[in-house]
Design a protein around this ligand. Structure first.
Ligand code: MN
Length: 729
């Protein structure tokens, strides 16, 4: 029925499948072959050959170089049918079922996306990701398709060559890398490089060719003693000289700023052990180190710590004959499989042919998309959910990177807070600052595609409610809200406790009804909100007590002027004082009347002295205040010794103002220095940067002034800090 020439092709394909795939449905592949052949029978490629050769070669790549499964091979044969022929996805579904139709449809859609030029690259990325969610085989097939197109790119006009090569370089090669398809990634990169920088490509290719014989002889000489020793140890292995990739050589030239002939540490050998025992790799490493002198710094153990895409191997560089450096990779057959075929080798075969699950790294990509679609409704308002949907579906995405270069995809308008929660909720919740492209940046900065973002964290940090306004991703907002709910419950308890303590001290007796009435009088909804406001320092409980006392005894004057200016310092001082429970006089903690002197503005933790006044109770000064020292010099009897109540725990808050030259890692060094000292807690941080200068306010929990001084001493030693002072007016 099929012409002999095509029968031969089918037989070849089936033979390759039988060698490489675990199971082969030969009937399926034969049917897909015939269907494709028939569908494309009138089509011709740019090269002039029958169009069918293209899907056939793509199927060969899938079967041989990715070695996935028979369904992918069938899909590869059919991948252009719906796009280029009179047949439709419907026809494919009728003939081959839902799975195959779904994959072919996915591949067709991706092609459509790339064909329309108006669509931004960002949109392409998103579609690629979305397609992966349905079936990862769509992507695998696109890699094979692209590889064959790149191999035959010479037949296209130059402008299309350029466009396709660039797209391959920018999108397909990085994606192939993430999938762990190392071999395909390198070939895509080399081919793209060839069209994008032909002169450089040809120079390197020519140089490699002209020295090929020389190189091969050298490698043979290098290998012989290894083969002898491993043979004697009865180790089963394969050894091969490994050609270096042209683009990687070019990269080295650029990175090291050296011409080609100085990059000749290009000898590379790979030993593949035919064993499942990882330890044998280390044995072989030992043997090679006995034969050739190893360079210790170049040893890399990716077996104990695999790369993110699952790559495992030992790398060592040794000094071979004539003092030339040779890189040796040692790995088992299984590791080699993963190294070359990545996700395909990870393939988890399932009983049915539904979309397979893939382990490890790929999942995090897939999860990103999945998350949007699988948000559990739970107690989440439906409206919030639809909004997140809209954000995810209709807004452009930005592509930002971790310091290690991992890509994170966020909606446009995302801030470092979103990024932090994207990395992990634990990172998000402990964020204290962020660096964007190496510079300290406010947390509400809008990130741009291509930004490299580093999140600075502190174990002691908790989310700030304002973050909910800064964050735009559903994930970050949900985490902040959830935290806020728990936090609110805790805060209410805290505020309640503090209030009870205060009224007990003030010897006020008030029942629940009376309190509710009083709270309503303050235009606060209920007592819960009253306690919350106390814990949040929005209401000063002392003022409330004053109000109550005056209600009982109107002759008593107000203790403090209402609402001081909302300067950060004032708020800080109030908070600091509010946290301590008054002042101790002669060791007693009775609630005696006191005021803080304006001249020296003592803050809890300062050494203090009291001065008895008429009408204002005891004025609290710093011990070193010049006013008080002048009076002490006169032997003034009105001076009394007072203390902050001591609790033995880190109870005071103190502010430190730092300024200096910004540098990479500075904020992190500062926070590490602080929290590294006796586990000091950081209450809040605010940072400003301008050009290369930085200044920041850190509010800390300290035990006493000695504790604070010790931290300040330590901070003085942090590189880049030029000025450090206590937070004062
Ligand atoms: Mn194609």
């Amino acid at each position: 029925m099929i012409q002999p020439i095509y029968q031969k092709k089918l037989d070849d394909l089936l033979a390759v499948c039988r060698i490489n795939l675990r199971t082969v449905n030969e009937d399926l592949i034969a049917r897909a072959f015939e269907f494709s052949l028939e569908a494309h029978k009138h089509d011709i490629r740019d090269s002039g050959e029958p169009y069918f050769n293209h899907p056939y070669e793509v199927a060969m790549v899938v079967a041989k170089e990715i070695a996935l499964d028979d369904i992918s091979v069938a899909c590869a044969l059919l991948h252009d049918v719906a796009e280029d022929t009179e047949f439709t996805i419907k026809d494919i579904r009728a003939e081959f079922g839902d799975t195959i139709a779904g994959i072919v449809d996915g591949a067709t859609k991706i092609s459509d996306i790339f064909r329309s030029h108006e669509i931004t690259q960002a949109e392409n990325y998103r579609k690629l990701l979305l397609s992966m969610v349905n079936d990862i085989r769509v992507m695998i097939m696109k890699f094979a398709d692209r590889l064959h197109n790149m191999r035959t790119l010479e037949y296209l006009p130059p402008d299309r060559q350029q466009r396709i090569a660039k797209e391959t370089f920018d999108i397909y090669a990085p994606f192939a890398h993430r999938f762990g398809l190392a071999k395909i990634k390198w070939e895509l990169e080399d081919l793209a490089f060839k069209y994008l920088q032909r002169k450089e490509y040809e120079e390197i290719a020519h140089a490699l060719n002209s020295k090929r014989r020389e190189r091969e002889q050298y490698i043979r000489r290098f290998i012989v003693p290894i083969e002898h020793r491993l043979g004697a140890e009865k180790i089963k292995f394969e050894i091969e000289g490994r050609p270096k990739h042209i683009f990687s050589i070019y990269n080295k030239m650029v990175k090291r700023g050296k011409p080609l002939d100085e990059i000749y540490d290009m000898f590379a050998v790979r030993i593949i052990l035919l064993t499942e025992d990882n330890n044998e790799c280390f044995t072989v490493y030992g043997i090679i180190s006995e034969i050739y002198k190893p360079i210790p710094e170049r040893f890399k153990n990716y077996i104990s710590i695999p790369k993110k895409n699952g790559y495992q191997s030992l790398h060592t560089t040794v000094v071979g004959p004539e003092g030339k450096m040779v890189e040796v990779q040692i790995r088992t057959r299984g590791m080699h499989d993963v190294a070359e075929r990545g996700v395909a080798a990870h393939w988890l075969y399932k009983e049915d042919d539904s979309a397979p699950t893939v382990d490890s790294d790929i999942e995090s990509w897939v999860n990103w998309v999945r998350e949007i679609f699988e948000q559990k409704s739970g107690d989440e308002a439906a409206k919030e959910l639809t909004e997140s949907f809209k954000v995810a579906l209709y807004q452009d995405e930005i592509y930002v990177f971790t310091p290690k270069g991992d890509l994170k995809i966020l909606p446009k308008g995302a801030t470092p807070i979103d990024f932090a929660f994207e990395i992990h909720s634990n990172v998000g919740q402990h964020t204290i600052g962020a660096k964007v492209n190496g510079r300290i940046t406010p947390l509400n900065t809008i990130l741009q595609s291509g930004d490299q973002v580093e999140v600075l964290t502190s174990k002691k940090q908790t989310p700030n409610l304002d973050w909910e306004k800064i964050a735009i991703t559903h994930k970050a907002k949900a985490h902040i809200r959830r935290w806020a709910k728990e936090e609110m419950r805790e805060k209410i308890d805290q505020g309640h406790e503090l209030w009870d303590k205060k009224i007990k001290k003030a010897k006020i007796h008030i029942n629940d009804d009376e309190l509710t009435k009083f709270v309503h009088g303050q235009k606060i909804d209920n007592t819960q909100m009253f306690y919350l406001a106390i814990a949040n320092e929005e209401i000063n409980p002392d003022k409330m007590i004053d109000l109550m006392t005056r209600a009982i005894n109107p002759s008593e004057p107000p203790r403090e002027a209402p609402d001081a200016p909302a300067k950060m310092f004032t708020k800080f001082v109030e908070t600091a004082r509010g946290i301590t429970s008054g002042i101790t006089l002669f060791g007693s903690n009775d609630n005696f009347m006191h005021k803080y002197a304006k001249c020296c503005n003592p803050i809890p933790g300062d050494e203090i002295t009291g001065f008895i006044t008429v009408g204002e109770g005891i004025k609290i000064h710093r011990k070193n205040c010049h006013n008080i020292q002048a009076m002490r010099a006169h032997g003034d009897a009105r001076i009394v010794e007072v203390q902050w109540p001591s609790t033995g725990t880190a109870d005071f808050i103190a502010g430190v103002k730092l300024s200096g030259h910004d540098r990479s890692g500075l904020l992190n060094d500062i926070t590490q220095t602080i929290s590294g000292f006796n586990n000091t807690n950081i209450r809040s941080v605010s940072i400003n940067t301008k050009d290369t200068m930085f200044d920041g306010n850190f509010i800390l929990w300290v035990k006493d002034i000695a504790h604070l001084n010790a931290i300040m001493d330590k901070l003085k030693k942090v590189k880049g800090i030029t000025k450090i002072e206590r937070f004062e007016e």
